[in-house]
Design a binder for this molecule. Sequence first.
Ligand code: M6R
Length: 607
Amino acid sequence: MCGIIGIIGKAGVAPLLLEGLKRLEYRGYDSAGIATLVDSRIERRRAEGRIVNLAARIEKEPIAGQTGIGHTRWATHGIPNEINAHPHASSKVAVVHNGIIENFQALRKELEGFGIHFETDTDTEVIVHLITHYLDEGLTPEAATAKTLHRLEGAFALGVIFANESSLMIGARRGSPLAIGYGDGEMYLGSDALALAPLTSKITYLEEGDWAVLTPTGVTIHDETDAVIERKIEKSAASGALEGKGNYPHFMLKEIFEQPAVIGDTLHALLNPVTRTIVLPDLPFDLAGISRATIIACGTSFYAALVAKYWLEAVAGLAVDVDIASEFRYRNAGMPKGGLAIFISQSGETADTLAALRYAKKQGQHTLALVNVAESSLAREAEASLLTYAGPEIGVASTKAFTTQLTVLACLTIALARARGAIDHADEARLSAALTEVPSRAVEVLNHDERLKGLADDIAGVRDVLYLGRGTSYPIALEGALKLKEISYIHAEGYAAGEMKHGPIALIDEGMPIIVIAPSDPLFEKTASNVQEVIARGGRVIFLSDRTGAERLGRVAAATIELPEVDPFVTPILYAIPVQLLAYHIAVLKGTNVDQPRNLAKSVTVE
Ligand code: M6R
């Protein structure tokens, strides 16, 4: 994971590097550092923990230099301390790295054989010593770097600066994204266009295997065979403004409360409320000709995929496979011709999802990316893309990205169903109308915030929590459990309600809260029976339903939250909100770092 930035500037670059790192902090926050050239010598400042620690360090010990690189780390090899913080450096070269060098043990052994001493436990340090070794052999910085790149196995985006070369910086990309930015007599490197947004909107995205030689006035790009190659300059739409928390204590809470608006924005792009029809952008393939869909994603985005499976099968009559990207990519899955492979990702940079996309392309699938970042690798590499209009999601726990993904998937379901003749205009109008109601219904759901906060009090002290649901509520149970785990560090599991009696019911006792997601849909009675089974065994049930559901269950649950009565088609979008709020309030009570939970990063760019 990790975020990298590099600047060949006209004045001191330390403040700009720090600003860029703040914008990249979503990629990791275990440690951070910068290196600059001061009087042609490499100088470094590094600090354990978040960028604020690095900023404090630099305030105490300022660092000059007009050329520099910076890094924010999500540790892979070596604990997150200052020694292992990037940039890593010798007296001749400093390197920042995002990715994993898989053959670092062999390279380290080889270099130690030359008497080279290693200071860190990182895989990255081999890159520093290899380049230095080739420089010592008399190669130019460009040739030494190129030779090093050919020796590396694994995934990387790199930024490299050299002592005595204040007008030179090298960037390289294999497996991890890297963008080049063009300024006026300045040049930049960044993990994404967002990092560079305050500096420039003129961007070139490096392709797989590319490496680039930057000087103050331009860039020469080489492909994986070292041949010089042209890559297009694009205009980035990434905003230079840093997202703020407004009056909210955490980004996560702000993002939860933004959902009515961003779901509305997403619908606005895909649904005509007057004709009550779905209007997708032009796609380079015919939806009517799609014989099968495979939906691939990770984490919360995977749970959105799971909801879509239920929708597409039931509404569009389309056979759907869903897969976790990290499993799919190594499964050698057969993908029949005429299939559509859909990739869901907030960031559009998740390494496993990207690898799965490349596999599906080789299998001759049509590919569709569903992303929140329009310029992301996934959007650029897929045949077509659909955008969620969630806006920047800063909290590591995904909230508004999830509900806007569901919103796009609901629209896609209707469009596919119409194209396949599975629904008529009246059906389309009914489903579209249900969707147009979601933003205002979401506001009603948010009105339960205080009540959910009260319930959080009873849950914050427990060790385990179970979430149950059936049909499209099952993925919401999984999502609720994931939210709770990642921000409160309480063990939680999501289960299909009908699976309880096949094992997990043994866990039930008075100490374990069971959150049941049960809108009054066609599966309600089944879930209600499962609830009775749990209660009969002393389980403490928190029941998320609507008035009809609450009445049908009777007064047996320890607590009931009555959500709005809506068409069952849209319940997963709305029922995601209370499980987000519950997790949020529990985490606040536990005093965890809600927006940047331990061990996590927003964007997972390593496999
Ligand atoms: O950017 P992506 O949607 O591809 O990210 C996938 C997962 O890493 C992400 O959803 C993760 O599970 C979230 N932290 C969950 O809240």
